[in-house]
Design a protein around this ligand. Structure first.
Ligand code: DAH
Length: 345
């Protein structure tokens, strides 16, 4: 090389290139030698100003040095990029021998477990599931169930009114009247599981919101024996073959006679213990023979048709089945509570 300075630039560049150890460093080298203000680029622009005899040799030498530096940089840049990628892949390698993440499935709220189980038992006996609104009219919630205005039986339930004639249903019994209106005198065999609302103390055994399963059977020649047999079968399927039931006289405006139904205590088998308060029995539901007024008001001739009805508190059944000590636990969605029922589902 004739031009000493060009040789120096080439040597310095090749040294810097060989020393660059990252993509960033090699890019810096590129910028140093090829920026407009660099000495090499300055020499390039000098070519045009030289007399012809110097121009050729100098031009060739500058071009050669520029070409050598550029290809050395490209080669090193490629090598460094490959090395960095390999390093990154190594660092991000997935260790397939690590245990996987454990996505445990959740568990059904015991309320729903029991509601579904109760529903299945009645479906097995030939009942159909009926439905009704939770926002109900005074007419269906009270009047058509033989609970006229000012009837004292309203006092226990008169609760969440939306306007003078509309309220959150206080029981699932209005579905009785709704079904009778829909079936227009045809035989009926329905249950209705659903939410109900009424004023109550909110404590371990009471809640202003709870759920019931209503039952209604209407046909010719239905008698209280049918009610008893149905509920006995339900009690045995729900609480075990050994459970017996007993019917006690009671009062509901929409049934006559009315009964309250107890099952023998699962804890003591009927001998008497803390759980059954020494009686040997635990109350589980109310029921009775559909009152003739109710039949009449809802389009069924009480001389031809008779029927029975019942209402069961779902949470109450779940509490008895699982020994749950506080009704509010059903609604709080605390996973520590819910997970306890995992295996039973
Ligand atoms: N509706 C009643 C209540 O909420 C429960 C009930 C009792 C329903 C007797 C009935 C029945 O169908 O015949 O307390």
């Amino acid at each position: 090389m004739k031009n000493q300075r060009l040789q120096e630039i080439l040597d310095a560049a090749l040294l810097e290139i060989s020393q660059a150890s990252t993509v960033e460093e090699i890019n810096n080298v590129r910028n140093t030698y090829f920026s407009k203000k660099s000495e090499l680029m300055g020499m390039m622009s000098l070519i045009g100003t030289l007399p012809p005899e110097e121009k050729k040799t100098f031009g060739q030498e500058v071009g050669m040095v520029k070409g050598q530096i550029a290809s050395a940089i490209d080669e090193k840049a490629k090598l460094l990029a490959e090395q960095e990628l390999a390093k990154k892949l190594e660092a991000e390698k997935i260790d397939i021998s690590l245990p996987g993440k454990n996505f445990a499935p959740g568990s059904k709220n015991p309320f729903h477990v029991i509601k579904d189980e109760m529903t299945d038992i009645f479906l097995g006996m030939g009942f159909e599931v009926a439905d009704g609104p939770e926002i109900e009219s005074d007419m269906f919630n009270f009047e058509l169930l033989n609970i006229p205005k000012d009837h004292p039986a309203r006092d226990m339930q008169d609760t969440f009114y939306i306007d003078e004639n509309t309220l959150l249903r206080t029981h699932t019994s209005p579905v009785q009247a709704r079904t009778m209106a829909a079936k227009k005198g045809q035989p009926i065999r329905i249950i209705c599981p659903g939410k109900t609302y009424r004023r109550d103390d909110d404590d371990a055994t009471h809640s202003h919101q709870f759920a019931q399963i209503e039952g209604l059977v209407i046909d010719r020649n239905i008698n209280i024996g049918h009610l008893k047999a149905t509920l006995e079968l339900f009690a045995k399927k729900m609480f075990g073959e050994k459970r017996e039931i007993r019917l006690r006289p009671s009062y509901f405006p929409f049934t006559e006679p009315s009964v309250e139904v107890d099952i023998t205590c699962a804890n003591c088998g009927g001998k008497g213990c803390n759980m059954c308060k020494g009686t040997g029995y635990i109350e589980i539901l109310g029921g009775g023979m559909v009152h003739p007024n109710v039949l009449k008001m809802n389009g069924y001739d009480p001389e031809v048709y008779s029927g029975f009805a019942f209402g069961i508190g779902i949470e109450r059944v779940a509490i008895l089945r699982y020994g749950i000590d506080d009704i509010r636990k059903f609604y709080q969605n605390d996973v520590r509570f819910l997970h306890q029922f995992k295996k039973k589902i």
